[in-house]
Design a protein around this ligand. Structure first.
Ligand code: COA
Length: 379
């Protein structure tokens, strides 16, 4: 068979414009984001993270009993065993980024899971439940270890959002703030074929196990061009310091071709619908804590970027000031993203397993050719 010359066409750097697979999990059409056919606006307004996770995994909304059973199952899987905690406690936390710690912790988690290498559907469902339930517990365990404290155990029967805030602060959270945090989890639960979902699917496409796919995803999410941007937004706002400096900061960044974090998107060119929801949340919450300047500074950056570059904020831009208002340490913003997105990653792995072909693109050779090896003594 004659070999096709694949090098004749243009290279799709960053795979822009490449449609790599079919999916029925979430879709972006224009400025609309849907999970299983429901708009993100509808879900953010009415659903909980538990309900959205059920929806993503089962392709339909649960009835009352199913939601109660699913929430109970997630809650019962949040506990980290004493054996696991003993190993996690030995991991360094000083000068270690929580996303690096989380990546290692999830890898260790697989070694405590008897189903780790069982690729049956039932085992994969159990593992997905465990991973989704435990991600937030792991993040809070990191925060406790770093502070030299014992991790707070989750409370049975409580939601992922409630338990995250409880385990992080060691006291019962304000129900209004739990609702805000839960909405953030809903907004982040999935997002079509983003970098970490693709990383999940690439690893799954070799028929590797679910934990390995999720470890790949955490590594991809960590980067500042993906989930790592929310942390960078807050650091940027702190660096700018006050509203008087904000416009000039943007002008200088653009002049030196630096990225303004939380702005721009590969797919949304007319705005990210999640950013609109988070913008309102940021306005209300920064006012509530008596620090509205963070929101005001953000809107000025947002306006300047639109005017100067035609670029709009993405999900990470206003989520930074939302998390700040909730009193969450800045370096935990991206781990929160993982706490939610793990629900999406799991179902991307399952969709990949169900209709698999290994990902194996090509690259165009640009290196040297025709070299002759010479013995080391002659080099
Ligand atoms: N700040 C300044 N300029 C930006 C920018 C930003 N945040 N985002 C994009 N641009 C500019 C690029 O410099 C480039 O300009 P040019 O055409 O004059 O060279 C143009 O817009 C296209 O950007 P590019 O990086 O090629 O787009 P992409 O589709 O490859 O990347 C992002 C998309 C999201 C990675 C990119 O917008 C970005 O880095 N944003 C900041 C990080 C971030 O918020 N990530 C979270 C994503 S949800």
């Amino acid at each position: 068979m004659a070999e096709v010359n694949i090098y004749d066409g243009a290279i799709d750097k960053g795979l822009e414009g490449v449609v790599a697979c079919t999916t029925a999990i979430s879709s972006i059409v224009g400025a609309t984001l849907n999970f299983r056919g429901y708009t993100i606006e509808d879900l953010a307004k009415h659903s909980s993270f538990e309900e959205v996770s059920f929806l993503l995994w089962n392709s339909r909304l649960p009835n009352q009993k199913e939601l109660a059973d699913f929430s109970q199952a997630l809650s019962s899987h949040m506990v980290l065993s004493p054996e696991l905690l003993a190993v996690l406690k030995t991991l360094p936390t000083k000068d270690v980024h929580p996303m690096a710690w989380l990546r290692t912790a999830v890898s260790i988690l697989s070694q405590f899971d008897k189903d780790a290498n069982d690729m049956s559907e039932a085992a994969n469902q159990r593992k997905a439940l465990g991973l989704t339930a435990k991600m937030g517990s792991l993040v809070c365990a990191f925060a406790a270890f770093r502070a030299g404290k014992a991790p707070t155990a989750p409370v049975a029967g409580k939601s992922v959002a409630w338990n995250f805030m409880y385990m992080l602060n060691g006291k019962e959270p304000d129900p209004e703030l739990v609702k805000v945090f839960d909405t953030c989890l809903v907004l982040h639960a999935d997002h079509e074929l983003n970098c970490s979902a693709f990383a999940t699917r690439v690893t799954a496409s070799s028929l590797s196990d679910l934990h390995s796919a999720i470890v790949s995803a955490i590594g991809a999410l960590k980067g500042p061009l993906h989930g790592g941007a929310n942390e960078q937004v807050m650091l940027m706002l702190k660096k700018i310091g006050n509203i008087e400096n904000a416009r000039q900061f943007v002008i200088d960044a653009l002049a030196s071709r630096e990225k303004v974090m939380g702005i721009g998107h590969r797919v949304y060119k007319n705005g990210d619908p999640r950013a609109l929801i988070l913008r309102n949340m940021s306005q209300q919450l920064t006012k509530k804590i008596g620090e509205p300047h963070w929101y005001e500074m953000s809107t000025l950056i947002d306006d300047t970027m639109q005017k100067e570059k035609g670029l709009l904020p993405n999900v990470d831009f206003y989520s930074a000031t939302v998390y700040y208002s909730l009193g969450i340490p800045i370096d935990l913003y991206t781990p929160i993203f993982a706490t939610s997105r793990v629900a999406g990653w799991c179902v991307h792995a399952f969709e990949q397993y169900a209709n698999n072909r290994i990902y194996r693109p090509r690259s165009k050779w640009q290196g040297k050719e025709g070299l002759t090896w010479v013995p080391v003594s002659q080099r």
